[in-house]
Design a protein around this ligand. Structure first.
Ligand code: NI
Length: 168
């Protein structure tokens, strides 16, 4: 059965988009709570720095929309893993790309359109990006630990797990 042949369940779509919003909030919370010098931390020699991982995640979002839903695309960064020691600027990038991904997926689902290249269903792009970003979230935490500036569980808990559990 074509998964797009059934009418979208609006409340389910809203919950999925809410999960994307929460995931981005968690990522921005991580950025905001970085210790001094945290953007330059790396897990080991040859690994990307924290700032490069953040700009890589932004790039992945933007190239994904450009390839899968070009009508909704914004400006794709010319390269990945771009050093950027301005946390405020990275936050602006992430806020913009989260909005662009959200709009693209929402419209594709509501219009009943498939993505251009990959995915059995547009929602799978959201799932892929959340998986990708959780993967790098763990790497960032590891890099901070390796640099001797770990984020404590007491700090991370409310900024991470509590965001998922929050009832509006
Ligand atoms: Ni990656």
């Amino acid at each position: 059965m074509n998964p797009l042949s059934t009418a979208p369940d609006q409340s389910l779509l809203d919950a999925l988009l809410d999960s994307w919003d929460r995931s981005n909030t968690i990522l921005v919370n991580l950025l905001r709570c970085l210790p001094e010098g945290g953007l330059q931390a790396r897990a080991m020699a040859g690994s990307p720095t924290v700032d490069e991982m953040f700009t890589h995640m932004h790039h992945e979002r933007m190239i994904s929309v450009a390839e899968e839903a070009p009508a909704f695309a914004g400006e794709v960064p010319a390269s990945e893993w771009v050093p950027d020691l301005d946390a405020g600027h990275i936050e602006t990038l992430l806020t913009d790309s989260a909005r662009i991904v959200r709009a693209a997926v929402r419209s594709k689902v509501e219009l009943g359109e498939a993505m251009e290249l990959n995915y059995d269903h547009p929602i799978l792009l959201l799932q892929l990006l959340m998986f990708h970003e959780a993967y790098h979230h763990g790497q960032i935490k590891l890099a901070l630990k390796a640099a001797g500036t770990p984020i404590s569980d007491d700090l991370a808990g409310p900024l991470t797990w509590d965001v998922w559990r929050l009832k509006h």
